[in-house]
Structure formats: C-alpha cells, structure tokens
Write a protein that binds this ligand. Structure first.
Ligand code: PGA
Length: 265
C-alpha cells in the first residue's frame, strides 16, 4: 500500500521563527513513530527557510501555502516557484478555498467584500509553474455547499478539469478535496467518511478522464476540513482517502502528531 500523506497547512496560525523551529524539531524527534506516513509542513513564506533547515536530513518535507502565477521579473510582493524551491520547499498548496474567488457571490462567506481571490486560470498557471519547477503540487478542490441536485460534484469537476488542463505530471500531483463548508470547524462538523469516499471515487473518475486510468490510481486524493484527532482514524479507514490536509489541528504539535499516527498504522 502507498504511504499516506499528511500535510500541515499552518495558515497564519504559527507566526514566529522560534515556534516554527520548535514544532519542526519536535515532529522530527517523533518521526520514528510514523514511518507509514509522509509528512509535509507548510508554513507561511517567511518561516519556510527556518522550517526547511530544521527538517533537513529527515523524511519530513517543507512546503509552501501558495506561489505566484508569474515566474520572474517585475511583480512586487510575488513569490515564484523557483524562489520556493531555493528556500527549501518541495511541495506547494495551490488553489486553497481561502485564496480562491468566491464561487458564488450570493452564498454566505466570511471574507470581506474587497477580497477578490484567484480564478481557475490563475490556479492552472500556478500548477504549471510548480510542476515545471519539480515541486509537488497539492491542488485544492471543493464545493461551497452541498445541494440535493448534486451541484457539488459539478463544482469539484470544474475545479479539477480547469487545473488539469495545465497537464501536471501525475508523479508530482496530489488532490486535496476540501468541502468549504467543513473547513475550520470541529470534528463533529467534518464530512462523514461515506460521503468523503463517494467524492473520492468521483474525483478519481475525473482524473481518469483527463490524465488516464494509471494516473487516476496513482495520484493521492487527500481530505481536508476539520480533521482532528477524534475523527482522523474513521476518515482514513472508511473515507477511502490517501491522507489529510490539516488546518487548525496542525498548529498544535500534540494534535498534529495524533493525526499523523492515525494515518500511519
Ligand atoms: P481546517 O482547515 O482543518 O482548520 O478545517 C483545513 C484547510 O483549510 O486546509
């Protein structure tokens, strides 16, 4: 069986180089306890070199939470795929729902009016640049809400098809299915394992259409959205997923370790 993959999306939770370094070192010391899982820590940009240095020589990888849709030149404030790999990242999260444009302006959304966000074209460009740089791309897809007519499947298919037009290599691609309505809550609000499994099958079908059957079986499909120590085991054993993208529970070393361990037995 392929190793499970657990990605820590620290968002803006961990702020200082000292906390980031201490977390990475503690995780590294515990690594012998999770030999069945690959782990990626994705800090914010300024913390990337610190985390990468603390993990150097271990099997745990450093990743980024975003990258630029540009490759170089006159783009103030942007961070390219090349800059990420030079800073020690070997993976990058792309198209997270907190960065995407609102799927439907009529739907409730906690973000302010002025937030415009990324569209499918930008996300496909980012995927192309990350892949060309040899980074592992963790492509986030997921519906805003569920509806009785199955509109959530259409939304996920749209995210996937437009991004896969960038033709990333299957060996460097990870799909992170994150239903937006399940993000940032508690274990009780996460998606139920049977519903996750249904979507994973659907995602593999869309990958097969775009990239072929071999890729569909090979590309890891991970789940994100209120994964906590309490629900990790059920989601991994009954949800048909290859691992997790963990947000709030990844900022606490004990809860993150518990999730990683749930994936490694
Ligand atoms: P959460 O976030 O685990 O806090 O729900 C997951 C994510 O947004 O990647």
């Amino acid at each position: 069986m392929a190793k499970r993959l657990v990605v820590a999306n620290w968002k803006m939770y961990i702020e200082s180089p000292e906390s980031a370094k201490e977390f990475a070192k503690k995780l590294r010391r515990s690594a012998p306890r999770f030999s069945g899982a690959d782990v990626v820590l994705a800090p914010s940009f300024p913390l990337l070199p610190v985390v990468a240095a603390a993990l150097k020589g271990s099997k745990i990888r450093a990743g980024a939470q975003n990258l630029s849709a540009f490759t170089d030149g006159m783009h103030t404030g942007e961070v390219s795929a090349r800059m990420l790999s030079l800073s020690g990242a070997s993976a990058v999260i792309i198209g997270h729902s907190e960065r995407r444009a609102k799927a439907n302006p009529a739907l409730p959304d906690a973000r302010p009016e002025w937030f415009r966000g990324e569209n499918d074209d930008q996300i496909a460009l980012k995927l192309r640049h990350a892949d060309a740089e040899g980074l592992r791309s963790i492509l986030c897809v997921g519906e805003q809400e569920r509806d009785a007519g199955g509109g959530h499947f259409m939304q996920v298919a749209k995210h996937l098809r437009s991004a896969l037009d960038a033709k990333p290599a299957a060996a460097r691609l990870v799909i992170a299915y994150e239903p937006v309505w399940a993000i940032g809550k508690g274990a009780a609000d996460a998606m139920k394992p049977q519903d996750v499994q249904e979507m994973v099958i659907y995602i593999r079908k869309i990958i097969a259409e775009s990239m072929g059957r071999t890729a569909a079986l090979r590309v890891p499909v991970i789940y994100g959205g209120s994964v906590e120590p309490d629900n990790a085991r059920a989601l991994i054993t009954e949800g048909g997923v290859s691992g997790f993208l963990v947000g709030h529970a990844s900022a606490d070393i004990d809860s993150f370790l518990a999730i990683v361990q749930a994936c490694s037995c």
